[in-house]
Design a protein around this ligand. Structure first.
Ligand code: HEC
Length: 168
């Protein structure tokens, strides 16, 4: 009786060990076999007859005048300004400074090509929302483009934030 018990114990333990081994083997193996595709490594052809949806047309810098005519689809509100401010602090404050005064505050601004004072009433009046949106998405002479970093919507929120800090 004792031997039967030991035999059963041995079989159970053996089966468990084998199953565990298979799982471990698979796991280890999967880790080495994972297809890792790096950015730009593979370009997938678009299936025939389909239309891309959800994308945003971003006009290049050279078409700023045209982009300037695009109306702001994002109605300004406390929420919009809050989102815009959050993105502004993340992406723009190093150069434009937390107060958007340009060249006077900010870790980069004071040592770099001084950016314009975005709160300036004259500048604010002379630029359309579309113009500034284009500046964010397509960049300027020195200023980098942020089309890769944020959505078009987020850029409109930033424009709304910039309008909220206009000098009066
Ligand atoms: C690397 C520094 C840098 C960063 C980061 C930066 N800017 Fe600029 N920005 C500039 C400079 C310099 C100019 C002056 C024009 C030029 O040289 O491109 C400028 C110009 C602008 C203008 C144009 C003002 C006008 O009407 O003539 C706007 C609007 C603006 N920036 C907004 C932003 C916003 C919003 C962000 C964040 C998404 C941002 N900038 C990030 C440096 C920067």
């Amino acid at each position: 009786m004792k031997y039967v018990f030991l035999l059963v114990l041995l079989i159970v333990a053996g089966t468990a060990a084998a199953m565990g081994g298979v799982v471990a083997l698979r796991f280890v193996d999967n880790m080495t076999q994972t297809p890792a595709i790096t950015t730009g490594e593979r370009v997938f052809a678009m299936p025939a007859g389909i239309v891309a949806r959800g994308g945003t047309l971003i006009l290049p810098r050279e078409q700023r005048e045209l982009a300037a005519k695009i109306p702001n689809p994002m109605k300004t509100s406390a929420d919009s300004v809050a989102v815009g401010k959050e993105r502004y602090v993340t992406f723009c404050a190093p150069c434009h400074g937390p107060e958007a005064k340009g060249g006077v505050t900010g870790p980069v601004a004071t040592k770099f090509v001084p950016p314009p004072d975005l709160t300036n009433a004259q500048l604010q009046a002379g630029r359309t929302d579309g113009y500034w949106h284009s500046y964010i998405m397509a960049g300027g002479a020195v200023m980098p483009s942020y089309a890769e970093a944020m959505s078009s919507e987020e850029a409109w929120h930033i424009v709304n934030f910039l309008r909220s800090v206009a000098a009066r």
